[in-house]
Unconditional design. Structure first.
Length: 200
């Protein structure tokens, strides 16, 4: 995945700007989705919704294991520190039509689905360290095609949250996101090829 300036997220007319205006943009990434067309956003979501951990490298799996153990040891992920506990869900800020249409959970993920539209989806998570949003959008790539774009928005929980986010940043940039990008690109190519053959 290619890291982008925060302005690449801010320049798009996303609904998330209104919903999470008090969150800070932590990262913006161009997702590997070569050959994407204007209607391929659902295909991208199918590619990134598959668990990548079985294919992940040993260092990446180790990082996830360590985070799980650390979270249990420090109580970072207790129910009382999550959505509806320490912080209310951002769903309370949604327009009424999206509140009615949005299910309570994003199946198969630790993230809860906030909303989904034709060209963007936002999911959220909260624990003792932060309240975070994972935003995926579908944008023109500037070369006649389309690509996915990922933004991570966070609201750290005080000094602990700020220190935690700063501490994990190098691991996310050097290990986790590259591993995610490789797994998502493989899945995207597989799905794209299958879809092309089905249409042919």
């Amino acid at each position: 995945m290619q890291r982008l300036p925060n302005a690449a997220h801010a320049a798009q007319p996303w609904l998330i700007h209104e919903i999470a205006a008090d969150f800070q943009v932590e990262d913006v990434w161009a997702l590997p989705s070569p050959g994407g067309g204007p209607d391929d956003f659902p295909l991208l979501l199918s590619a990134i919704d598959v668990s990548f951990q079985p294919q992940a490298s040993a260092p990446t799996r180790l990082l996830f294991w360590l985070r799980l153990k650390l979270g249990a040891l420090l109580g970072l992920d207790r129910g009382s520190s999550g959505l509806g506990g320490r912080v209310p869900s951002l769903r309370e800020r949604l327009p009424e039509e999206l509140k009615d249409a949005t299910p309570d959970a994003h199946q198969g993920s630790e993230f809860s689905l906030l909303y989904q539209r034709d060209n963007e989806r936002a999911t959220e998570i909260a624990n003792r360290t932060m309240h975070g949003v994972l935003h995926v959008g579908w944008v023109p790539d500037g070369r006649g095609g389309w690509r996915g774009q990922l933004a991570i928005l966070v609201k750290p929980n005080g000094r602990l949250g700020s220190l935690y986010m700063a501490g994990i940043r190098p691991f996310r940039h050097l290990i986790v996101y590259p591993a995610l990008g490789r797994a998502w690109e493989r899945r995207w190519r597989e799905l794209n090829e299958t879809t092309r053959l089905d249409k042919g």
